[in-house]
Design a protein around this ligand. Structure first.
Ligand code: TYD
Ligand code: MG
Length: 500
């Protein structure tokens, strides 16, 4: 017998674990052929961070690179012949793609920032996931959302697995969200929740806070493991589709490294929102990551106060704050977030380094992109910043992903190097290519209009922006060397003024 041969050969190996692993794999493959008995499924290992499945344990997940995140999970039974041996399935009705269907109905809650991020409001029968770091304000946001819906006559349920009912009540009182149409429950068993809500007259909107605390009793694994999070979400989503209710799931991004991140749920739900922000700032940003019923890349801006989250309808004014006199290294970037223009200040500081390898510290922007801008400045413009520490910060805790910020970053760096401030009433935007050219970016008119609205008079922008000036004096910049020359002019005039 092949299995026995292999067994005897490997039995003399001192490494018992290798013997056991090879044996279990061979056994699983050979046994059904020999006597038709169902194979013992090999063990399965799943990453608790990203959900990747492997057939052996390792300290590091190959898929996401996380350390110590792989745990053994109860294997699923493998049927040797697939579905072939079972009963025949029901034949499906195949319909034509062409046909009449109504658009998804959106139910706005009245918090404009939230509604826009959701694509116009909540969709009945859909599941929405709000992910974010613990303590960022997810429970506060969803309690405010259900309170607004309840004020409009929508019946809502708030199921908490993390806090006691009394704690939620206290918070609701603080947020001025005491609404009789909201029902509360402290529960973690998905079976209990489904039994309670699976009936006529059940609430139309259900919040589950958080999915990591929920469990289904048919699985052995602990609440928060990938298997439990997946199974709980699946049951709840099935209920939402069956009953046409809107499910709002809260998911923590990480907690002690052992709790499954919401990444494993992203493909199961219809909409994924991430709530983010810097802990030191009171601003919170709600970002669409996926939306089956609306656009992605939208953001909603909130301000965390002692009475909950306030909407920020004019984020540019908030991110710019009270700007005093022009200082070197600070540049206003005219950006776009989703469909909205947003002005933010980019601050750079270039300082002599005491370290062998100078520091490159970036907050709110991509450090790879900063390295590229520094390399282009060096190679194409002769401005060398090597040997100096570079600090780059996007004010207000916003994270910028747009390449259009390149020119503003370059201007901030050059301004810091030359100690020449960029004029206070100037906005800057444009993408930089590796050959030192400045490329046009999308939505130029929206950017310029927002700048004009907020009292800016000048713009340094790529070619083609002048014809969309919106009343601003636009200086077109086609090559990065022109920006260097422009800041040199300023440096000379600033030094002349200081000398006087
Ligand atoms: P919470 O909504 O509990 O966060 P999450 O559900 O994401 O874990 O928010 C917790 C933080 O928000 C906590 O640090 C206190 C702060 N907070 C306020 O500043 N003001 C408020 O009105 C509320 C309710 C919370
Ligand atoms: Mg919470």
């Amino acid at each position: 017998m092949a299995a026995q041969k292999v067994r005897s050969r490997w039995k003399c190996d001192p490494n018992e674990t290798i013997v056991a692993t090879i044996e279990s794999v061979l056994w699983a493959q050979l046994r059904p052929k020999r006597d038709g008995v169902m194979a013992r499924p090999p063990p399965r290992y799943a990453c608790q961070q990203c959900g990747a499945v492997a057939n052996r344990w390792s300290g590091k997940c190959d898929a996401c690179g996380a350390w110590n995140s792989i745990v053994e999970e109860t294997p699923v039974t493998i049927t040797p012949k697939g579905l072939g041996g079972g009963a025949k399935g029901r034949s499906l009705d195949l319909v034509s793609l062409e046909g009449e269907t109504e658009d998804a109905e959106h139910l706005p809650c009245g918090i404009v920032e939230f509604d826009r991020v959701c694509g116009g409001g909540l969709v009945p029968g859909s599941a929405l996931l709000v992910g974010g770091d613990p303590g960022i304000g997810k429970s506060t946001l969803l309690l405010q959302v259900v309170a607004c819906l309840a004020k409009k006559g929508v019946s809502c349920a708030y199921v908490t697995g993390e806090e006691a009912v009394g704690q939620v009540r206290l918070r609701a009182r603080r947020l001025d969200a005491m609404e009789p149409r909201i029902v509360l429950a402290a529960a973690t068993s998905v079976r209990d929740i489904v039994s309670t809500l699976d009936k006529a007259g059940a609430p139309q909107v259900v919040v589950i806070d958080s999915i990591q605390t929920m469990f289904v009793d048919t699985l052995d694994s602990a609440p928060g493991s990938v298997a439990q999070v997946r199974a709980s979400a699946q049951e709840l989503i099935r209920l939402a589709k069956r009953r046409g209710l809107t499910l709002l799931l809260v998911g923590h991004v990480t907690k002690e490294g052992m709790i499954a991140g919401p990444k494993v749920l992203e493909h199961m739900v219809d909409t994924v929102l991430y709530f983010e922000g810097e802990r030191g700032h009171q601003f919170r940003i709600l970002r669409t990551v996926k939306n089956r019923y609306g656009p992605t890349d939208e953001i909603g801006v909130f301000d965390m106060t002692d009475r909950g989250l306030n909407e920020v309808s004019n984020p540019s004014a908030l991110f710019l704050g009270d700007r005093g006199e022009a200082v070197s290294g600070a540049v206003v970037f005219a950006g776009i977030e989703g469909t909205r223009p947003m002005l933010v200040e980019i601050q750079a500081l270039v300082a002599p380094s005491t370290l062998g390898t100078p520091r490159r510290a970036v907050v709110g922007w991509d450090s790879g992109r900063l390295a590229m801008v520094l390399a282009v400045l060096d190679a194409r413009c002769g401005v060398t910043i090597a040997g100096q520490d570079v600090f780059l910060n996007v004010a207000g805790g916003l994270k910028i992903a747009e390449p259009a910020a390149d020119l503003a970053v370059a201007a901030a760096l050059l301004s810091s190097v030359s100690s020449a401030p960029v004029p206070r009433d100037t906005v800057v935007f444009g993408e930089i290519g590796l050959s030192g050219e400045v490329r046009p970016v999308s939505q130029t008119d929206l950017r310029l209009k927002e700048a004009a609205k907020l009292g800016f008079n000048n713009a340094w922008a790529p070619k083609g922006a002048r014809k969309r000036s919106s009343g601003l004096a636009v200086r077109e910049i086609t090559r990065l060397t022109e920006l260097v020359a422009r800041l040199d002019e300023h440096a000379v005039s600033v030094i002349a003024v200081r000398a006087r």
